[in-house]
Design a protein around this ligand. Structure first.
Ligand code: ATP
Length: 199
């Protein structure tokens, strides 16, 4: 069984920057956001089940999932949201594991933004947190997306708090400095993860 490293961190903490550097080192990256879209793509079993449950009003004119519409439908209905999660989460987990086991590299980095908020952390061998303070998170996210600060603050508040996240980490990347500093930390971790696979 492959060594699975779960990469997480708050919004704008630098998950993509970190995973790009692991990819440069030849490590396979499995992105659960991509998988989550894939399992409800046009023509998928997932989308068929959602349409059967909620009706064709969750479809756009060209037969794709209308995410905004679905979000609205489950927004104030915990039992509907639970139904949706019970459908999609096992599919996401299964596809994630398939992609990891098929990976050519010695270990895999699985990017899961909400790794510690959900139960995906049970499937990984190590939890890697990319960490910055909230001010930096806010500054970089706004600079990237041109979002309003209040929205970003709300998202930060909806995620696990920084001390709890750090307490659950096996490994931590400090992304408060420059990107070249990040590179150095990734290379060190890469060597460490490789050493774990040789045992
Ligand atoms: P999200 O949770 O929103 O997907 P993320 O955790 O993947 O975000 P990134 O997109 O990697 O975060 O980084 C957020 C922004 O900050 C990007 O524009 C990125 O280029 C920039 N950034 C990341 N790390 C640094 C750094 N060390 N110095 C300067 N800018 C950085």
């Amino acid at each position: 069984n492959k060594l699975l490293v779960g990469l997480t961190g708050g919004i704008g903490a630098g998950k993509t920057q970190v995973s790009d550097r692991f990819a440069d080192l030849g490590v396979t990256i499995v992105d659960t956001d991509v998988i989550a879209r894939h399992v409800v793509a046009k023509g998928s079993d997932g989308l068929a089940a959602i349409t059967e449950h909620f009706g064709t009003k969750v479809l756009t004119a060209d037969g794709q999932l209308d995410r905004a519409q679905l979000r609205e439908l489950v927004f104030n209905q915990p039992e509907q949201r639970q139904w949706l999660n019970r459908l999609t989460h096992p599919m996401i987990r299964a596809e994630m594991l398939v992609q990891c086991q098929q990976a050519a590299s010695a270990y895999v980095v699985v990017v899961v933004p909400l790794l510690l908020e959900g139960d995906m952390h049970q499937l990984v061998d190590r939890i890697l947190v990319v960490d910055v303070d909230e001010q930096t998170q806010l500054k970089r996210t706004i600079a990237r997306d041109n979002n309003n600060p209040e929205l970003v603050k709300k998202i930060i508040a909806s995620q696990i708090d920084r001390p709890s996240r750090l307490a659950k980490a096996d490994d931590i990347i400090d992304n408060s400095a420059q990107l070249c500093d990040l590179q150095h930390q990734v290379v060190k971790l890469h060597q460490y993860y490789l050493s774990l696979t040789e045992k």
